[in-house]
Design a protein around this ligand. Structure first.
Ligand SMILES: NC(=O)c1ccc[n+]([C@@H]2O[C@H](COP(=O)([O-])OP(=O)(O)OC[C@H]3O[C@@H](n4cnc5c(N)ncnc54)[C@H](OP(=O)(O)O)[C@@H]3O)[C@@H](O)[C@H]2O)c1
Length: 436
């Protein structure tokens, strides 16, 4: 059976993201999944639990637990021997085991030392130890080594001091992940000629033991990115940190019906049926348009769902963001000026389009051209958000029908929405941060 299935080893797979990654891999029927666990009993329990989970069908013989403490050379060597004698090779190694000891009371020196020992050094040492077995893999699309990194390891994100995930928070954990990214790049550089695909992933902020279950994302969803990295094309995975960055629009129930709620999120529950669910309300149409556009982008662009949204311009009132690879990127601009502001033009840099490219502002359906100095000279009116996309990708024959006449945001009466500033800011910011 091992001959026609790929052998994948996931370290730290007895719980959290590794556990659900094991579930995703096994459920495809294409893999034999070795659940690495420093405590073998916990690994065996994970196997039992996964097989007992009736929501996901998994063949019994495709999961097996293996004792692996990545900080112990003895344990690593024993795991290599076990894998060699059972399968004779390894096709995919997923270095997922990790710790976050940011909040512990040990000294700063100890926290850095221990975090690096597990998150960085041990991932490198484990990879090195499994290389002889990985070299025996003959998988057509490349033997793979994947590291579970974190967006917190990004120097770009850390440099945005005004943003929530700036370098001010989680210094120890994120430094170990930045270093892990370098470990990944090293192996990518030296193993490419041998046909290896080496890359990293960020699963998003998932509720797991690592963060005392404060993460906002289901680890079941976060773990999917590991399967994407194991199966994606080389050009999408190799030497990259793949991020599960697809923004799903976040709307509180009732916002699209212009319900305002109360001050506290815990007291603003109002019955939706009283609205008769009006699908011609202006905000309903606006949100429907955003969803439609998002689907259109997914249909027409290359892998935009995995491109991590990045801030390309920011001042006291405006924020411009880019999501998507060169030529098919979406540029979204938000502004907190409000309705009473005079109209003005915003010069957007760093958007990645060539001078002369024609863009369409999706919410008003107006066209504009990147100017000769490379800026998008964007007219801003009354604090309205803007979304730009290449015109040639918007007016194609995609089934989404965006070339029909979608409702423009201008159809949302400004007076109606601005009456409640918090409400409209929420809906805008939730929408646009979620979407892009
Ligand atoms: N949760 C998030 O929001 C998030 C975001 C970005 C990246 N990540 C990364 O995702 C990976 C998985 O984390 P998680 O969120 O799933 O946390 P988790 O639920 O705490 O799982 C961590 C796993 O790593 C194992 N582990 C820790 N030290 C080990 C060692 N020395 N040897 C072998 N296994 C060891 C743990 O084993 P025990 O059960 O024995 O402790 C556990 O199975 C980590 O690399 C983490 O940095 C997580």
């Amino acid at each position: 059976m091992a001959a026609d299935k790929r052998i994948v080893l996931i370290t730290g797979a007895n719980q959290g993201i590794g556990y659900f990654a094991a579930q995703h891999f096994a459920s495809t029927g294409k893999y034999i999944v070795l659940i690495g666990s420093r405590d073998l009993i916990k690994g065996q329990k994970a196997v039992q639990d996964l097989l007992a989970d009736e929501t996901v069908k998994i063949e019994k013989d495709t999961l097996t637990a293996i004792q692996l403490d990545i900080t112990s050379d003895e344990s690593i060597n024993a795991a290599v021997q076990t894998t060699a004698s059972k399968y004779g090779r390894l096709d995919i190694l997923i270095n997922n085991a990790g710790i976050n000891i940011e909040q512990t009371t040990t000294s700063l020196r100890q926290r850095y030392t221990d975090s690096f020992a597990t998150n960085t050094t041990s991932a490198a040492v484990t990879t090195e130890a499994f290389l002889p077995l990985l070299r025996k893999s003959t998988v057509p699309n490349g033997k793979r080594i994947i590291f579970t990194s974190s967006g917190l390891g990004s120097l770009t994100l850390a440099s945005e001091f005004a943003l929530h995930y700036s370098a001010a928070i989680y210094p120890v954990y994120r430094t170990s992940k930045t270093a892990l990214n370098m470990v990944m790049l090293h192996f990518a550089a030296v193993l490419e000629q041998e046909g290896f695909i080496v890359g990293s992933v960020c699963p998003g902020f998932c509720g797991t033991n690592l963060n005392a279950y404060t993460g906002t994302k289901d680890p079941r969803d976060g773990a999917k990115i590991l399967l994407v990295a194991a199966e994606g094309k080389k050009e999408d995975v190799f030497a990259k940190v793949l991020s599960d960055a697809d923004g799903i629009p976040i709307i509180c129930q009732g916002q699209e019906q212009h319900m305002r709620g109360g001050v506290s999120p815990y007291t603003n529950c109002s019955p939706l049926w009283t609205t008769s669910y009006n699908i011609s309300s202006s905000l309903y149409k606006h949100i429907a348009l955003l969803n439609k556009f998002r689907q259109h982008v997914i249909n027409t662009s290359k892998n935009d769902t995995t491109y991590m949204n990045e801030v390309i311009f920011q001042d006291y009132h405006s924020l411009a963001m880019r999501k998507g690879y060169g030529g098919s990127q979406v540029i979204a601009v938000l502004n907190n000026n409000g309705e009473s502001t005079n109209d003005f033009n915003l010069a957007i840099p760093n958007h990645g389009f060539q001078a002369g490219v024609q863009l369409t502002e999706v919410l008003s359906f107006t066209n504009l051209t990147v100017n000769s100095t490379g800026y998008i000279n964007l007219p801003m009116e009354k604090g309205q958000p803007k979304i730009m996309y290449p015109t040639n990708l918007l007016y194609n024959s995609s089934p989404c029908g965006l070339s029909d006449h979608p409702p423009a945001l201008s159809s949302v009466t400004v007076a109606e929405t601005i009456n409640n500033t918090t409400f409209i800011n929420n809906i805008r910011f939730n929408n646009y941060f979620g979407l892009f």
